[in-house]
Design a protein around this ligand. Structure first.
Ligand SMILES: O=C(O)CCC(=O)C(=O)O
Ligand SMILES: [Fe+2]
Length: 869
């Protein structure tokens, strides 16, 4: 066949045949980067060649090739060019220049920028020059392009996206669009990928361990099972086998977990798998560059500035890959009955994993410890650093505030909760600004919400953050990044303090190490949140943007936080983070697996009828909030009846076999707002003290009867690059669903999209799911007040109930030394201590019984710290 005649000449065939699928996969997904700067024709050549290879490898009959002998406009009358013209529009600027014939090679072409073109043997794509507005048909192309306004190439998927000015393109695998800055912007849709490959999975895949670059030192490692997955898995495979990647410098051993490999072939879940030890090698990431730049400032031209070997992949490419690997969960559900309405109090929450690599986390954690040292030495502004008086368990945590100083509750000076406009703290350090940029660029925070303040929370074992709603001096969304150890964050409209560092609530969400929790909508404003006493040392950094009118006096926005734009790609919405919300409605036993089984085995009516522990909270009537307060915004939108005081006090129950009476502790700890305020006195308000909702600066609109499932019914979002506004903005309204719209209230579906539970008996293919249906069911919650007059909130934060090993923080944590194995126990679900999973995929710890012990990994805080607390 014609398509094979070039085989001998083609450099690509220098690859061992078994590596070709990987190479093709690689090429297909990275073409936008590889071809940047090439002329249209050469792009087309390259794409066609890759497509042909793919066909060959798929044992498909390659399409007849168009093999002109000349390139571009050398002779428009030549038969060859006629052939080309059938498939490609040849941009004017490409014509009239000397071609550089290379009839078959993928690897050689000319740069078309100045009108030079390499010759094209096969049509690769279809093109349109922006101004001309037409696009030719292309039956063999991988993509189609049009020129952007700035003259750069801009592939566009004609088939589904374009509005009639493009003809069909039957084999497209991708579409591109020029970003605002004129850079090429691949946009890959699953459906598009399906067209061109046999796999169901969109394969923005890099199992080329080698792909991850690292100075060209790595060998490509291709796992057979990875390749298998590429053609068989339903899961999206934006996959990198990082474990293999990072063996650079001989510092690290490759770590390949058998379980990882197993998972990669059997799991339906997306695998964003990074082993901490290996990931520590990402030297080219932005945080590293930040460090390099710092070093260079100190040592310009010196030893430190010795030029590094360029990685094989550009930083942009690697960033793209990592961005596509971010796992996200945006369908948290926990239904509560609030004033007669069914409300998903977790609406608007998002959890993003993989935004910060293990190496980056390590850097950040080191930096936080340095800050802590500085603070303890008095080298930070007075209001920047606050260490709690540790007079009892669960009391506070170290906080370091940047950008602004704020009170969670009124302080002894009479300052109300919120930003203290007259107080000044240190500006956000550069490293944390890098984090902020990452959060915006990687679609975690919207560009409209670039944080200009942050608070670092350093929790020692037993430290907590009490129930609170983040003040509305900060706009939504805001987010919290977790480090060092996993813990649960508890949500509920009516959180209660039931003991020192122990709180009752509706639902707990595990916060994996390195994850970013985004709070907005009901999750930020209807539900309170708290972190019960942590089982071992933990750090979180909360990033928030101040309301413009609330900034400290004289506040000047950071110039390098202005104008940050999200990466112009659509994030992989199918790359869903596998995290389950834990229901705390059954006395805080968050081990949902048994419950799920039970529920799944029952008829829906039973679910409702047999449910014993409804949540019937009355928004605004929390005892610790001063009684019958109803939010202005709730009144305004009429979502709550006016009888905000008719709240039957939930029984305070404690989990399991806890022997100590909670109420005694509760008394000591204080549950009332006023008492909470007192504990915040003295300026060291490191502990949020249940801010009253009156402090909210903005009324929160409520959307009555908003169909809960609506956002989830849209299979695909508008490509990021085409959005003027983030989809998240649509979350800003609390979703309060009136009971009327749900004539048959089902069980609350913690962790599931509202529309799914129980209605779909059989399992939806993973690729069509946004959640894991099996794990999604939780106990029923939605029952009427009449039948359940005594809702019992569960309690959380009672480490004593769960036998566990000595927490990590008690294991003589000595920065500067290798850590012993941290005992990452999540109080509810992990009866057995687990090693901290820095840099591991968040869903992984639950699937992987054991990882390399912490002590064998490379995390070593740099400096010794002796913080006097
Ligand atoms: O530590 C956390 O994860 C939560 C922090 C928090 O809620 C806050 O800073 O307001
Ligand atoms: Fe908070």
């Amino acid at each position: 066949m014609k398509g094979f005649r070039a085989r001998k000449l083609d450099p690509i065939y220098l690859f061992p045949i078994e590596e070709l699928p990987v190479a093709v996969n690689y090429l297909k997904n990275l073409l936008p980067f590889l071809t940047e700067g090439l002329c249209n024709k050469c792009n087309k050549l390259l794409l066609n060649r890759v497509d042909l290879l793919d066909q060959e490898l798929s044992y498909q009959d390659p399409q007849p090739l168009q093999v002109p002998d000349v390139h571009c406009c050398e002779s428009t009358s030549s038969p060859a060019n006629e052939d080309i013209d059938k498939y490609a529009y040849i941009p004017d600027e490409c014509c009239g220049k000397k071609d550089n014939s290379d009839t078959h090679s993928i690897g050689s072409w000319n740069n078309g920028e100045k009108g030079e073109c390499g010759s094209d043997t096969h049509s690769i794509g279809s093109w349109k020059n922006g101004e001309k507005g037409d696009c030719d048909s292309d039956t063999q192309s991988i993509g189609s392009w049009k020129d952007g306004e700035n003259g750069r190439l801009e592939p566009v998927l004609c088939k589904s996206e374009l509005e009639g000015d493009c003809d069909s393109d039957t084999q497209s695998i991708g579409s591109w669009k020029d970003g605002e800055n004129g850079r090429m912007e691949p946009v890959m849709y699953k459906s598009e990928l399906e067209v061109s490959t046999t796999s169901e999975a969109p394969n923005v895949r890099m199992s080329w361990a080698d792909m991850a670059q690292e100075n060209g030192r790595l060998e490509p490692v291709v796992y057979k099972n990875e390749l298998e997955v590429a053609t068989t898995s339903e899961a999206p495979n934006v996959r990198m086998s990082w474990a293999d990647i990072a063996r650079q410098n001989g510092k690290l051993e490759p770590v390949v977990y058998k379980s990882e490999l197993e998972v990669s072939t059997t799991s339906e879940a997306p695998n964003v798998r990074m082993s901490w030890a290996d990931m520590a090698q990402e030297e080219e990431d932005e945080l590293q560059e930040y460090e390099n730049s710092q070093q260079q400032e100190c040592d310009p031209g010196g030893v430190g500035s010795e030029e590094k070997k360029k990685p094989e992949l550009s930083r942009e490419t690697r960033e793209f890959i990592r961005f596509m690997n971010v796992q996200r969960k945006k369908d948290f559900v926990c239904l509560e009955r609030i004033k007669g309405k069914t409300v998903n109090v977790l609406e608007g929450l998002e959890l993003h994993a993989g935004v910060f690599s293990a190496a980056e986390q390590k850097r950040i954690v080191d930096f936080v410890f340095e800050l802590q040292e500085k603070g303890s030495r008095g080298e930070l502004k007075e209001r920047t650093y606050t260490a709690p008086q540790k007079w009892m368990r669960g009391k506070g945590r170290v906080t370091i505030q940047f950008g602004c100083c704020y009170n969670y509750a009124p302080d002894r000076k009479g300052n109300p909760p919120g930003i203290l406009r007259n107080e000044h703290v240190d500006p956000i350090p550069n490293l944390l600004k890098v984090m902020i940029r990452r959060l915006v660029k990687w679609h975690v925070l919207p560009a409209s919400c670039v944080s200009d303040s942050c608070i670092v929370n350093i929790y020692d074992e037993g430290d907590c953050i009490p129930p609170h709603i983040d003040n509305h001096d900060f706009i939504r969304p805001f987010c919290t990044v977790s480090f060092l150890s996993e813990c649960d964050i508890v949500f509920g409209s009516n959180l209660k303090i039931v003991g020192p560092g122990e709180f009752s609530g509706s639902a707990a969400i595990p916060l994996p190490v390195g994850s970013v929790l985004v709070l907005q909508g009901n999750g930020a404003d209807v539900a309170k949140h708290c972190v019960p006493a942590v089982p071992c040392k933990r750090i979180s950094i909360t990033f928030r943007k101040m309301d413009e009118g609330k900034c400290p006096l004289g506040f000047v926005p950071e110039p390098d936080l202005l104008g940050i734009q999200p990466l112009p790609y659509e994030s992989d919405e199918s790359n869903v983070l596998n995290i389950q919300v834990k229901s705390l409605r059954d006395g805080g036993n968050s081990n949902l697996s048994e419950k799920r089984e039970g529920i799944l085995g029952r008829a829906p009516s039973d679910d409702l009828g047999s449910h014993s522990e409804p949540r019937q909270t009355t928004q605004g009537s929390h005892s610790d909030n001063g009684g019958s307060h109803v939010e202005p915004w709730q009144r305004a939108r009429g979502t709550l009846s006016d009888n905000g005081s008719t709240h039957s006090e939930p029984r305070l129950t404690t989990r399991g076999a806890h022997s100590e009476p909670r109420l005694a502790a509760q008394t000591a700890r204080g549950t009332s707002q006023s008492e909470a305020q007192q504990t915040a006195e003295g300026g060291s308000h490191s502990e949020p003290q249940e801010p009253s909702q009156e402090t909210h600066s903005e009324p929160r609109p409520t959307s009555i009867g908003t169909p809960q499932s609506e956002p989830r019914q849209t299979p695909r979002r508008t490509p990021w690059s085409q959005q003027t506004n983030r989809p998240r903005e649509s979350h800003s309204e609390p979703q309060v669903t009136s009971q009327e719209t749900h004539s048959e209230p089902g069980p609350a579906s913690i962790g599931t999209p509202q529309s799914e539970p129980r209605q779909t008996p059989r399992r939806t293919p993973w690729s069509q799911q946004t959640y894991r249906s099996r794990e999604a069911y939780s106990e029923p919650q939605e029952t009427s007040q009449e039948t359940h007059s005594e809702p019992r909130p569960a309690t959380i934060g009672t480490p004593r109930q769960t036998p566990r090993r000595t927490p990590w923080s008690q294991q003589t944590y000595k920065p500067g030394e290798a850590h012993s194995e941290p005992q990452q126990t999540s109080q509810e679900t992990h009866s057995e201590p687990r090693p901290a999973s820095i840099g591991t995929p968040q869903s992984e710890p639950r699937q992987t019984p054991r990882r390399t012990p912490w002590s064998q990994q490379t995390f070593r805080p740099r400096a010794r710290r002796s913080v006097d607390r």
